[in-house]
Structures are given as C-alpha cells and as structure tokens.
Design a protein around this ligand. Structure first.
Ligand code: AMP
Length: 115
C-alpha cells in the first residue's frame, strides 16, 4: 500500500483542478504553480510514488504519459515549436508529490542546463 497524495484527490475530482486531458490511464491538468505559459502535469491513474517504484510490467504507464504529452502538444499547436517534459525523482530531483508525474512545459524558450 502506498500513501495517498493530493493527486488522488484530483483523480477523484475531490478538489477543483483544470483538467485538460484524460484517457483510460492518464489525467492531464494545469500545474497550480506554472513555470511556463503552459505547464501541465500528466499523471497515471495508478498510484506509483516514484520512478524507483516502477516495475518492468508497468513500463506501458510511462509510455502512456509520453503519448499523452505528444497528443496534447499537437492538440494545442505547440508540437512544432517544441516543449519540455520532465519527471523529478526524490530529494535531489526535487520531487514534492509522490505520485509520478510528467511535467509538460511549453510556450517559451527553455534554457539548459535546468537549475
Ligand atoms: P514535483 O516537484 O516534480 O513533485 O512537482 C509537483 C508539482 O505539483 C508542482 O509543480 C506543484 O506546483 C504541483 N501541484 C501541487 N499541488 C497541485 C494541485 N493541487 N493542483 C495542481 N498542481 C499541483
């Protein structure tokens, strides 16, 4: 059993969130503290705390997150301009919500390296 996070409440529609994408396995919603003009989080509906907890059998879940990002980028017309997708892990990665999520950032020029 893993610990419930705020993202479970979002999946269960228990707190108001701007949902922009949904399919059978993935939910996409606007980040509450956006770091770019477009900042969406794609999360699996299955609770997995960190990348470290992923099993080989769950590899399709990570694929589903990337395919959701791909489809959303095309849907909002940012696919050609480009975007950044990031998944943070644990303390050094600055993960704060322990339910894996793919950050999708678009609408501005990104810089490298990230901070
Ligand atoms: P991370 O630091 O990679 O774990 O990212 C967690 C993200 O969740 C942060 O960018 C937060 O701004 C975002 N976040 C936390 N609570 C909410 C919420 N209720 N609705 C939308 N985004 C949230």
């Amino acid at each position: 059993m893993t610990t419930e996070t705020i993202f479970d409440k979002i999946i269960n529609r228990e707190i108001p969130t701007e949902i922009v994408f949904e399919n059978d396995s993935v939910l996409g919603f606007k980040d509450i503290n956006p770091q770019a003009p477009i900042h969406v989080l794609f999360i699996p509906k299955t609770r997995i705390p960190t990348i470290n907890d992923l099993t080989d059998e769950q590899k399709h879940i990570v694929g589903d997150l990337y395919l959701a990002a791909r489809d959303y980028a095309k849907q909002i017309g940012e696919d050609e301009n480009g975007y950044r997708v990031i998944m943070n892990c644990n303390e050094n990665g600055q993960q704060t919500v322990f339910h894996i999520h793919l950050h999708f950032l678009a609408g501005r020029q990104m810089t490298w390296p990230p901070g």
